[in-house]
Design a protein around this ligand. Sequence first.
Ligand SMILES: Cc1ncc(COP(=O)(O)O)c(C=O)c1O
Length: 437
Amino acid sequence: MTLSEWQNRIESRYRERTPKSRELFREARRFLPGGDTRLGTCFPPHPSYMVRGEGSYLQDVDGNRILDFTNNATTLIHGHSHPEIAETIRTQGGRGTGWMAPNPHQVKLARLLCRRLPSVDRIRFCNSGTEANMHAIKVARAFTGRDVILKMAGAYHGTYEGTEFSRADDGRPLALVTGIPGNESDNVLVAPFGDEETARNLMETHRDRLAAVVVNPVMTQGGLGLPPEGYLQFLRETTHRLGILLVFDEVITFRIASGGGQEHYGVVPDLTALGKIIGGGLPVGAFGGREDIMALFADGPTPSVSHAGTLNGNPMTSAAGLKAMEMLTPEAFEHLSRLGGSLRDELQRIVRDLQLPLEVNRIASLVSLDLAAHLRSDAATWERGARIMSLVHLALLNRGIKLYALYALTTVMGEAEIRILTGNLREVLEEARPLFS
Ligand SMILES: Cc1ncc(COP(=O)(O)O)c(C=O)c1O
């Protein structure tokens, strides 16, 4: 069987299962360029349109029941429509969705997050992880009086033009998309994640222009990239020595421990960007950090840094987020970690048994099955591997399991869900195995 034959077989099965989704996608493309309003939801031949989520399962418009390991791109740490969170949202919806006034839920959520995150003395809410990073960078620039940031190649910090850069072969920043002003690259430096020498050289050379180093404690774009031993400590010490601020983007990694990646790795940044799990499934972002930096937002006739937002800290998001965070008890983290360990172990067994060119990465409740690093040496092999893995995901969807690059476990999952996933994955990967070579 060739790769194209396998693709045809999987896609035609998918078309048979999803006629209503196919029709909706046709309609969607008439009004929404590309058929949707976010990245990562559309895939060939067409996405599945969901109508319901409950616990670990989704239901699509065609009536298919789907075990979901995406959990809205790692956001739903308590699964879909958790009864306690759903009730909180219903109750708050009946009381009001927002006013031009602060609300008590916001204060409680702020207190909880400040207590949990070692770096966060003060916090402000916004509506997405993109905004959180944007504002963290803005206040870092205001505090230091410098313009430039250093970010890591391949790191995603949202669709904000100030961070949508990777690293060209000659080391210069490479704009990843169009629509970014040509001179934006004057304000960005890019280092490979984990490469201390390049980061040190860039920081030392540009120390007088650098406001901040922005980093994900764990790389989470297209799989998991764990930091080499001592790397985050190195960034902390070097930024501190050179008077540069350190910003952790914990939009995803906040879920790995009660105090996020900074607690897990024992490294305290100056500023932290948050999103995803802290809104209980509703739109959210937040950024916080050292009291003296965040003081630039303080009230007064003219706060030094402006940060407005009609829906910032709204009572719906704040109440749902507070409930979701309160449910993240030490026992919940233990459960998530145990499940993550089980999934990692079984995936490793599959890779070993079938001798696949894949590697398993895992941190707490996040697990990824990534192409083995040695495939990178040949672009065509890498591309073929990536194509096989997207077909693996589609084949799994045909079996009623939804995956993307990060498998995000939830507090309502158990060993039964892990067994369903790994049993099906083993069978699909067994089919795919000859195609890798
Ligand atoms: C590490 C990281 N930072 C920032 C963002 C942007 O968050 P949002 O999609 O809420 O804008 C994401 C989203 O996936 C992310 O993974």
